[in-house]
Design a protein around this ligand. Structure first.
Ligand SMILES: Nc1nc2c(c(=O)[nH]1)N[C@H]1C(S)=C(S)[C@@H](COP(=O)(O)O)O[C@H]1N2
Ligand SMILES: [Mo]
Length: 402
């Protein structure tokens, strides 16, 4: 069923912003986007064992499948993090609903604006190249490296990728709709099944973010690296909050609530903030991702003994460019600067190389420690938190020279 175009609503919205530029905006309540999940696997794309570690609802990119030749992460190789399972959504029936007290003309949810895929495609196209990363990336090292296991998927360092997103700036959409100067918070809600854990349903996956981020660099993305989004990555449309924790980039975006009060959801009150360990109660919701580094090697790699072994890796930060990378091939006793390459292509991550001269046969620990332009350096130990977020300590990567 096509949502009907209410002339009265159109006029009302028109008074709020330059609404006419949307063309065929359909106004009505949702009910038209019908995701189907029954009997579907959690993740729909193939997960070849050479590219992924399969965690069921989640899949981790293997760093030994990454070639220094590829700056961006192919969508087929990108990690997947699902709270439930990937829905199949009909793009033509799909609508993005926008409502809330923070619109220039406030709207209740039942009277939400309803934007079609074609409406969004008619707006100016933008692209953003950014790191896409899960808040819990590196979580397994809380256990294996620091002896304090944390709850959640036991990622090594592969819950990350570098992606060029294509879509429309959220600010371009909001400017056309009209946002009140008193708007502060926007809640993005996904169309995947309700999240149920420990016998409790937390309803749809959703998380609020600031209006400042919305007007800075947030994107409503339909594409990745020149392809339409795959179902697993949010088809037909997802939110992208560049540099921020992955949970902010809500997939299968169904609605945006723009409010003149701070919105909350369990994804910013219960999860995705620091709890436990030495953290005080009431730590703020996590936003900007930390600094991390990885070697493009198998875990426990066996390297053939040679006079020189050329090693490659990458460092990245949610706060922007990497300024400096040091590496150690002796477990942290001595450090040398890694050699960055592909300068001028650092909006996502910095690739670097290191020539390991005269390695001795036997077991070794490789380490890489980077500093970003915001001045944040990877520590040697990350303070523990219950959910294992933000493991940014230097990872001790075991290798054997044989
Ligand atoms: N609707 C919805 N959006 C979501 C999630 C989800 O489960 N449902 N997972 C979030 C988390 S925790 C991460 S890390 C990223 C992962 O995006 P990807 O699977 O495309 O790599 O999506 C975020 N957006
Ligand atoms: Mo995540």
């Amino acid at each position: 069923m096509q949502p009907s175009l209410s002339r009265r609503s159109l006029l009302r919205a028109g008074a709020a912003g330059t609404f006419g530029t949307f063309g065929t905006v359909a106004v009505g309540t949702v009910g038209t986007a019908v995701p189907s999940y029954a009997g579907a696997p959690f993740i729909l794309k193939p997960l070849p064992a050479g590219w992924f570690t399969d965690f069921g609802t989640n899949a981790e990119m293997r760093w030994d499948s990454v070639s220094w030749r590829d700056r961006l992460t192919d969508q087929a190789r990108l990690f997947v993090r699902n709270h439930t399972s990937t829905p199949t959504i009909d793009r033509d029936a799909w609508r993005l609903r926008v409502f809330g007290t923070g619109l220039a003309t406030p709207r209740v949810e039942a009277d939400a604006l309803s934007l079609s895929y074609a409406d969004l495609r008619a707006l100016p196209v933008s692209s953003v190249t950014a790191i896409h990363e899960c808040t819990g990336n590196g979580r397994s090292f809380f256990a294996s490296q620091q002896g304090t296991p944390a709850a959640g998927t036991a990622w090594r360092l592969g819950a990350v990728g570098a992606v060029t997103w294509e879509g429309v700036r959220l600010r371009d959409v909001l400017a056309r709709i009209g946002v009140s100067p008193s708007a502060v918070s926007i809640q993005a809600t996904g169309l995947d099944p309700d999240y149920v854990t420990g016998g409790v349903s937390y309803s749809a996956v959703r998380r609020p973010f600031s209006v400042d981020k919305a007007f800075d660099d947030a994107l409503l993305a339909w594409g990745m690296n020149g392809e339409p989004l795959l179902p697993d990555h949010g088809y037909p449309l997802r939110l992208v909050l560049p540099g921020w924790v992955g949970i902010g980039s809500i997939k299968w975006l169904g609605s945006l609530e723009v409010a003149d009060t701070e919105l909350t959801s369990p994804w910013n009150t219960k999860w995705y903030r620091m709890t436990g360990g030495a953290y005080p109660a009431g730590s703020p919701p996590l936003t900007v991702n930390p600094v991390r580094s990885a070697w493009e090697l198998p875990w426990q790699a066996t390297l053939a003994a040679r006079p020189e072994i050329e090693l490659t890796g990458r460092s990245w930060s949610g706060a922007g460019e990497i300024a400096h990378v040091d590496v150690s091939t002796d477990g942290g006793t001595t450090w040398r600067p890694a050699r960055p390459f592909r300068l001028g292509h650092q909006e996502a991550w910095t690739q670097w190389r290191h020539v390991w001269t005269a390695p001795t046969r036997g077991d070794h620990v490789l380490m890489a420690r980077s500093t970003d332009r915001a001045g944040r350096t990877q520590p040697l130990v990350t303070p523990y938190n219950d959910n294992g977020y933000f493991f940014d300590a230097v990872v001790r990567h075991p290798v054997t020279v044989a």
